[in-house]
Design a protein around this ligand. Structure first.
Ligand code: SF4
Length: 694
């Protein structure tokens, strides 16, 4: 039940859930938040919202919130509530002690894609300027790190090419590995509007998502590929385009590296990449695939939107590059209605990557090995920066198990529930001697923590989030932090407890430092954001108003780069013990592991995770709709209720990952993307058996 009152004032801020980045008016009665009203001047949402942004803010006042710091010497001891000074001194001494005993590289940080840009910037600065190593990673590692790598390689910048408005000019839309209706609802509304106006739709997804066939919308083609075969399907589409002469030769000659194009064209033209030759592998009808490729190449403005069904694979980065190849082949880059558009999962995945959270990149995607870039930050921060890339999250966990990584500061991220192969994550955390969890709730990771620092909600702080269209939106403080400090203040306190001497008094100063050190943000400050409402990076001297469309006159890297995309089968194979393939996704009303949405007083949020299974696969196992089933993989096992549906093909099962009691990531394996270590969440060989319940 949502308690209403008469609003007396309002504060404009940004939704803390998905990468659409909707603007809201938070309406207050005194200090009490009465309601969230979608802001009609918000450029990402234009007055629209979904149920999460509109109603799921109750977690800010949930009884589970931890408001006081806690410490303990060992994880088998009970927590002891202490003041901030004692907790920070305890944490700082432990972390410094670990560095003294085990070396400078024995500790690190993990940032969250839910944190603001300013908070994220400070956390990676904590690692680089205070810990003096590059052991910083972000939860983007487990979702869109292949986007950063793949688009960076092809175009020269690690971001989507278009603004959301662009979809209104699309004639053909390809949705691959994404379910916008559930994952990005407000963007989905804009997409559906364009489809109702007549744009044609191609869906590439193992599951029949609602866009395939819903009232007033019917996809021209649905390619229900076998999980794990994205690269083969995308390359087969390129095969059709090249062998049937459907390329945009003028665009390729003018904008792309010609020699690389010729190598690529020869590669995809090989008959082994034809739709017919790959049909057994992909499970896609070759006639449908041919027709889809022809439509994308010849149907006018072609726009590709993709999600985690592309990135969370052992060849996630390869598929991203394959998608970039398709756009360049057909000249679908650099004008409204086209482009390559990653639908970012969390509210600030884009910003988390932009801010230098990765262990090999300083803010603005510049490699730590580059001495000129290091010099910029060494001057700004007054310390030398280690030129060696640090550890990624999985490397941190491996090193912990091996005994060389000992301490972790984890802000706003529940790696035990979010990351794959839960048993391995638990083993890594258990082997560390100082785990600092900085979060709203005692999450699953906190079971292994020695220090708990209470976090603040998006309603309790100032800052910025950057959405999937590179739009930098203001987050404004609606109420005082219930825990006493905004997250950026806590990071500063921890840094200072370790001797840093930071003196930020407002996130605007942090943004000024970001702008001074990061060319794509050079023109961004809070005054501009107040004036414009929001801006899209790059925003600098060359683009003082920001940049809605990228690569208009040329690619950021100069000439677009065609990259050969050889399909390599994942090591995760079905067999007699595990004959089905599990893939995962979200539902509209829940958000990721549900830490926020499950703590909101609305019955809609409590839908359980279920297992979708095709009636044929259910029948041979004696499973009826609603039965409990035992789901097992090589990594682990869990129990869920079965839902019989032909939304999934025979041989494929599907679940969501919103509830800790389901623990879908107990099932997922530790296979990962070859380039970025993004986990292969979307392909797990499993067995399903009838069971008596959990
Ligand atoms: Fe929030 Fe995304 Fe819903 Fe917009 S679409 S209200 S950003 S969850």
């Amino acid at each position: 039940v949502i308690e209403l009152g008469t609003p007396q004032r309002s504060v404009i801020t940004t939704c803390a859930y998905c990468g659409v980045g909707c603007s809201f008016k938070a309406e207050l009665n005194g200090d009490r938040l009465v309601r969230m009203v979608p802001y009609k001047h918000g450029k990402a949402n234009r007055g629209h919202s979904c149920v999460k942004g509109r109603f799921a803010y109750g977690y800010a006042n949930h009884k589970d919130r931890i408001l006081n710091p806690m410490i303990r010497d060992r994880i088998d001891q009970p927590w002891r509530e202490v003041g901030w000074d004692e907790a920070l001194t305890f944490a700082a001494r432990r972390m410094r002690g670990l560095q003294d005993r085990y070396g400078r590289n024995s500790i690190g940080v993990i940032t969250s894609s839910r944190s603001t840009n300013e908070e994220t910037y400070l956390v990676q600065k904590l690692a680089r300027a205070v810990f003096r190593n590059n052991n910083t990673d972000t939860c983007a590692r487990v979702c869109h790190s292949p986007t950063g790598y793949g688009l960076g390689q092809a175009f020269g910048t690690s971001a989507g090419t278009q603004d959301f408005d662009s979809v209104a000019h699309a004639d053909v839309v390809v949705v691959i590995g994404a379910n916008p209706t559930d994952g990005h609802p407000v963007f989905a509304s804009r997409l559906k509007k364009r489809l109702r106006q007549g744009a044609r739709l191609i869906v590439i997804d193992p599951r029949r998502i609602d866009l395939v066939k819903s009232p007033h919308i019917r996809a021209a083609h649905h390619l229900p590929l076998r999980p794990g075969t994205n690269v083969a399907v995308v390359t087969a589409m390129a095969h059709v385009i090249v062998t049937e002469g459907l390329m945009d030769q003028a665009f390729i000659r003018e904008r792309c590296d010609w020699d690389e194009f010729q190598d690529y064209a020869a590669f995809v033209a090989d008959p082994r990449h034809s739709p017919e030759a790959t049909a057994m592998l992909t499970g896609v009808n070759p006639d449908d695939l041919r027709a889809a490729a022809r439509l994308y190449a010849t149907g006018g403005n072609g726009a590709i939107y993709y999600g985690l069904g592309v990135t969370e694979h052992s060849q996630g980065s390869t598929t991203v590059m394959g998608i970039a190849n398709l756009a360049m082949l057909t000249g679908n880059i650099g004008r409204p209605g086209v482009g390559v558009n990653p639908l970012r999962g969390q509210n600030n995945v884009q910003g988390s990557c932009d801010m230098g959270s990765f262990p090999h990149e300083l803010p603005g995607y510049r490699h730590v090995k580059n001495p000129d870039v290091r010099a910029i930050f060494e001057e700004a921060w007054g310390v030398p920066i280690d030129p060696e890339p640090g550890l990624r999250i999985p490397n941190m966990l491996d090193a912990a198990v091996e005994g060389t990584f000992k301490g972790l500061y984890c802000q706003g991220e529940d790696i035990l529930q979010s990351d794959p192969d839960t048993k391995h994550v638990a083993a890594g955390l258990a082997a560390m001697e100082c785990v600092i969890v900085h979060d709203l709730f005692l999450n699953e990771t906190a079971n292994y923590a020695h220090v708990f620092l209470p976090g603040s909600t998006f309603l309790e702080k100032d800052g910025t989030f950057t959405n999937a269209e590179r739009r930098i939106n203001r987050v404004r403080r609606v109420m005082a932090p219930r825990n006493g400090y905004a997250d950026w203040e806590v990071t500063q306190l921890l840094a200072n407890a370790m001797g840093a001497g930071w003196t930020y008094t407002h996130p605007a100063q942090i943004m000024d430092e970001i702008a001074a050190t990061t060319p794509s943000f050079a023109g961004v400050d809070y005054a501009l954001l107040e004036e414009k409402g929001s801006v899209q990076w790059p925003c600098n001297e060359a683009h003082p108003e920001g940049t809605p469309l990228m690569h208009v006159d040329g690619f950021v890297r100069g000439r677009g780069r065609f990259i050969v995309t050889e399909y390599v089968a994942t090591d995760e194979r079905t067999g007699p013990r595990f004959p089905l393939l599990l893939t995962t996704g979200r539902i509209l009303s829940q958000y990721n592991v549900g830490a926020q949405t499950r703590r909101t007083e609305n019955v809609v949020w409590h839908a359980e995770d279920v297992l979708e299974i095709h009636p044929h696969d259910a029948e041979v196992r004696g499973v009826s709709d609603g039965d409990w089933v035992h789901l097992a993989s090589r990594a682990g096992e869990t129990s869920l209720r079965a839902v019989l549906t032909d939304r999934v093909s025979p041989g494929v099962v599907y679940t969501t990952f919103h509830h800790p009691d389901t623990q879908a990531n107990v099932i997922t394996t530790d296979y990962s993307d070859w380039a970025t270590n993004c986990p292969e969440y979307k392909v797990t060989a499993v067995q399903v058996r009838l069971s008596n319940g959990p």
